[in-house]
Design a protein around this ligand. Sequence first.
Ligand code: SF4
Length: 417
Amino acid sequence: MVKRRQTRQVIVGDDAHGRVAIGGDAPVSVQTMTSGYTHEIDKCVAEVRKLAAAGADLVRVAVPEKKDTAALKEIIPQSPVPIIADVHFHFQRALEAIEAGVHKIRLNPGNISDRAQVKDVIQACKARKLPIRIGVNEGSIVERRDKQKRMKELGGVFSDNKNGHLLAIMIAKLEEYLEIFHEEDFHDICISAKSIDPLLVVDAYTEISKRFDYPLHLGVTHAGPRESGAIRSVVPLGHLLCSGIGDTIRISYANDPIFEVEDGLELLYVLGLRPRVGAELIACPTCGRIQVDLFKLVQEVRKELAKEITVPIKVAVMGCVVNGPGECEGADIAIFAGDRRGIIYVQGEKVANVPEEQNFERLLAECRQFQAKVQSGEAKLGEKKVDILPPDPLGELGSGWSKTEQRAGARSLEVIK
Ligand code: SF4
């Protein structure tokens, strides 16, 4: 069990959109950002709805121009979740977004630093009880021309740290900015300190968590495409979350933001920080014993489970009968796909032995039936009625061994040649 750091709590939302608590005893929330133009109202609403349906608790939109904040008046009433306005460079956009009914503002100290302007935004948020995220992205915290000078000035603060100078600038910038908020007695604050460097992300959030009790929004900025960005994001976020740090997360990909939501939720599920919604699919990686096209079967099962199953049943799709049973411990439903046939178990009990072409449909039928039983109270998740006994590969799966032996023989012949 992860013991989470205690923070203050902010509330984002209203009666119409639901209230999402960040920090305190609230579960870690998942947020993302639309990728289209906010002023294209219908497209923006469609994207927000798609992201909310995928499980996003909060959705942020960019408002670089007045036509974007004007669009918020029509977008917000159509959104199923609270909307955050991402404001850079123009403090007026924040005031316009607040006027349009947005639920939270994100400010970047690197490009809105005028104290009077920041105070105007703080007062407008205070009047409407809206929280503000202070986002000190490494890439935009100081003007480029000042960066080298500041790095020299502050480099000694974290001299034992590879990124000490950057870390020092981020912390110093944050402290300076927070002063403005404290002068206004404003504490409805979330903090983020993103960088492209996963180790700097860990250090920055760890340091901030020691200094302030505001809730933290975790993220890695410009993480790249999902293929590499997933590792870049999940390593520092997972590390921080396991240390109890982090109250809301955004994974950033150069891809459809729906993947940010899916991967963010999966991260929280596997760490036990959120109760899973929908099936958990486990599958073997396959090996030289494989006798079916398991990758295809797994993908088909994954897509269908996502559509049909809302209960967190654990489903295992295994590639053979030899090691599969031992490797899917704890699954509610499991299939061992052998040579031309598949054997299906429900909580340890063998319920079917079907021809290969029926593997997919029969497995899904068992998942649907099991879900109905869990919902009616007839079955309990995670129970095991009996231990799964591996089927005899020489018996009901027909030519399992002979096929394996043929392959082994073919292989050794190749070696001899
Ligand atoms: S279940 Fe069978 S095919 Fe899959 S990895 Fe294990 S031994 Fe290999």
